[in-house]
Design a binder for this molecule. Structure first.
Ligand SMILES: *Cc1c(COP(=O)(O)O)cnc(C)c1O
Length: 547
């Protein structure tokens, strides 16, 4: 008897070692549905969606009613997570006290548990309030607070660097910074004002917006492998270390801190290696420059390190996260991503790190800003119940079976798109698949046709929502000339909400995209009807098909 069952157990186990390849699945999802939501509209209503798209939304995907999307809404993975039963249960226990609510203490303990020691004061020596954790209602609010107060501190420096760049900069790098400076709107360009540079592997769009708003230069230093679209390289989110070293060697007074976005959203949701993190730490330490993460997808990044970097395959996700975060002086995070929550953000600064050493008085500025803009520091614009959901989300997100299922699904989606002849960024990142618009049109589309916008419009008519993150989102227009982003990025992003869709839903997106690919010559250009010269224009603009 036991021989027979052993035989089958062996067979069943072997089967799990075979990689899932649709339509054959060997391993069930590590969760099951506990609530479902029926659609209010039908996939068959194509004309209705066209009408809304053209007449109501002006072809802007952000302005299209979500309730009219019968397929996959892949506009963003931010705040779109399906929460777990444990999170919903935790929310019921939310403590809505004005000061020092229960959820705050829980979150402080969770931060130490997930990100390692040295971040927050768990002895609560200052009562229910920490001057290293600042809560906000979302990530960009944390960014706004951070850059507002930082800019104020920088204005008070005794010697401010005027905007004449050093000749010691690598020529290509200097050119890039200069063109960034030249592309700032006139009112933000002043010849006698200090000019500060915030480098990153690639800044997210709101981070870029917040930095520019404070008259600083956001500078992207993506690694060569990313620029060369090297499909063999598994850590395309890395930063170019040579350029960083050169920048700090000759312009360190201009660089208040160095950023690293993990995973690199703008660069394709690509992970950053532990080696890159460690080397950036070495370089920044040598110049006394603080080093921060934009940490939105820290757990997904850790999963890639575990899978693809030597020496990590037998380490737990939490251990890897601890090691990643041991290298930095602070981070801001949107808890709407790997917090698995629908709202929330935080700014976390190491108590004895390089940032507080460099700017010893800045913590008061953050606290004051927070009280003025978000509420008491112990809730920071969030209901107590949301703090509970965030703590619980941060616990779940570091589980290996969750991350295996999550990223495995995104990867299968990417593979299916590739097989259908749609060029994507390879290898696929953790939260989204990026379609390469330049390759999709085979170099035949003129920059100012904004065919990426036409693509997203046609996908909405098909019943699915994806997002242009390319020439329109990152380019700029001064009333006469259109300046494409530099370095050039031209993608459509299909971001996959966490725990929300099954593979078959995503595969129906692939089928719609395949129809566009098979008929790419028929995809029209679009005309910008409103907002082309505005800042953050992709959120506000309106378009029409040019036919
Ligand atoms: C989402 C995101 C932000 C901004 O966070 P919000 O919560 O959306 O305001 C910042 N950086 C990155 C990399 C992001 O993905």
């Amino acid at each position: 008897m036991s021989d027979t069952t052993d035989f089958f157990i062996e067979k069943f186990r072997r089967n799990l070692e075979v990689a899932d390849e649709s339509p054959r699945y060997f391993r069930p999802r590590p969760y099951r549905n506990a609530a479902v939501r029926f659609r209010k509209c039908s996939i068959d209503d194509f004309e209705k969606r066209r009408d809304i798209l053209v007449n109501e939304a002006g072809l802007n995907a952000f302005l299209f009613r979500a309730a009219m999307i019968p397929g996959c809404d892949l506009l963003s993975d931010s705040g779109t997570t399906t929460m777990t039963m444990e999170q919903w249960a935790a929310m019921m226990l939310g403590d809505e006290s004005y000061g020092s609510n229960e959820g705050y203490f829980e979150l402080i303990n969770r931060i130490e548990d997930v990100f390692g020691t040295g971040w927050v004061d768990t002895s609560f020596a200052m009562g229910g309030y920490s001057d290293s954790l600042f809560l906000f209602h979302q990530g960009r609010a944390a960014e706004n607070a951070f850059f507002t107060i930082l800019a104020r501190e920088l204005r008070e420096l005794p010697e401010v660097p005027v905007p004449v760049l050093s000749d010691g900069l690598m020529p290509e790098l200097k050119e890039r910074i200069q063109s960034k400076l030249d592309s700032l709107p006139e009112r933000r360009r002043s010849t006698d004002e200090a000019m500060f540079i915030i480098p990153s592997n690639s800044h997210f769009d709101t981070t870029q917006g917040n930095i520019e708003d404070k008259r600083m230069i956001p500078l992207n230093l993506p690694c060569r492998e990313h620029l060369e679209k090297n499909e063999e390289f598994l850590f395309r989110g890395n930063m170019d270390l040579e350029e960083l070293e050169n920048l700090l060697a000759v312009e360190k007074e201009r660089v208040p801190l160095v950023y690293l976005t993990i995973t690199n959203n703008t660069g394709g949701g690509q992970p950053v290696s532990m080696e890159n993190i460690r080397k950036i730490r070495e370089i920044t330490s040598r110049y006394g420059t603080p080093f921060f993460f934009d940490a939105c997808r820290f757990a997904e990044n850790a999963w890639f390190i575990r899978k693809n970097e030597e020496g990590y395959s037998d380490k737990s996700i939490k251990k890897i996260v601890h090691e990643m975060f041991s290298n930095i002086d602070g981070f801001h995070i949107s808890l709407k991503k790997d917090g698995l929550a629908n709202m929330g953000g935080a700014l976390v600064i190491r108590k004895d790190g390089a940032f507080y050493k460099k700017f010893p008085h800045i913590r008061e500025g953050f606290t004051d800003y927070q009280i003025m803009a978000e509420g008491h520091p112990t809730y920071g614009g969030l209901p107590g119940r949301d703090l509970k959901a965030i703590s619980e989300g941060l616990r779940t997100v570091t589980h290996l079976d969750y991350l295996d299922a999550r990223i495995g699904q995104v990867v299968r989606f990417g593979q299916k798109l590739s097989e259908s002849g749609i060029p994507i960024i390879n290898p696929v990142g953790g939260h989204a698949v990026y379609i390469d618009v330049d390759k999709f049109f085979g170099g035949t589309a003129a920059d100012e046709d904004f065919k990426g916008i036409a693509f997203t419009g046609l996908m909405l008519i098909a019943g699915h929502r994806v997002c242009e993150l390319g020439l329109y989102a990152f380019g700029s227009y001064d009333g006469k000339t259109e300046t494409p982003p530099s370095p050039r990025v031209n993608y459509i992003r299909a971001a996959v909400p966490r725990l929300a869709y099954e593979d078959r839903d995503l595969f129906s997106v692939v089928e719609a995209a395949r129809i566009l690919a098979d008929n790419r010559d028929r995809i029209p250009a679009v005309e910008v009807k409103y907002g082309r010269a505005l800042s953050l224009r992709h959120f506000k603009s309106r378009f029409d098909f040019k036919e």
